[in-house]
Write a protein that binds this ligand. Sequence first.
Ligand code: ADP
Ligand code: MG
Length: 253
Amino acid sequence: MGILEVQGVNKAFGGLKALSDVNLNVEENTIHAIIGPNGAGKSTLLNCFIGKLIPDTGSVVFNGTSLLGIKPHEINQLGVSRVFQTPEIFSDLSVFENVMIPCFAKRDGAFKLNALSRVLGQRDVREKAEQMLVDVNMADKRDMIASSLSRGDKRRLEMAMCLAQDPKLLLLDEPTAGMARADTNNTIDLLHEIKSKRDITMAIIEHDMHVVFSLAQKISVLAQGTVIVEDMPENIKGHPKVQEAYLGTPAEG
Ligand SMILES: Nc1ncnc2c1ncn2[C@@H]1O[C@H](COP(=O)(O)OP(=O)(O)O)[C@@H](O)[C@H]1O
Ligand SMILES: [Mg+2]
């Protein structure tokens, strides 16, 4: 039994079959990568996990609860958090203020930015925010303004904000897209650190094979809307079906 189970998912846009009979099983407390060439259906599949799209047929079950037709704001309450390609942070606020916001929202269910100064005085929320910064190794940067952080540190801050919601499953959509190698490696280290400190499952959509092979314990390869191989990283490298999906069938003769 996986924490995220996808069975027989089909999704068409007009005449175009973006997903056909997708089956996928993400096991609890693992890092599972979903890879595949452009247009394979990765984003479409992710959107079926977070309520942005509803499959035509099939099921998506997280921790025993169907995710079909879920509202995007309900997904956090179920224990699913999502990290976007570009970090979603409040640029004009300090690192600490940024982390206070989800800590407060987690406790009280909602947050208004004009309540920030009041919230900053609340000890339990402050302590949680401090712990989140320790967890991502940013305690020394708590008073920096978010816009002045490096790309890798912005990603760290965003992760601290995600973790404040105590997610069981983290969905990462190309978390290193557009990053320089140093920031990419910083993000890989960060994900390893987080994984070592808490019980969390990660499903990561990623183009960069360096990232995939540095992190994933299991890899599902999507091609033309179907999972063609699901296996351990060592069996994915050099797999003829995977090479064919990326490079095409070798020409005859
Ligand atoms: N909203 C949409 N309307 C029509 N076609 C779409 C839509 N979203 C995706 N597609 C098509 O579905 C296929 C899979 O796309 P996508 O899931 O974005 O692939 P990937 O993320 O793997 O690059 C592509 O052929 C794409 O053009
Ligand atoms: Mg995509």
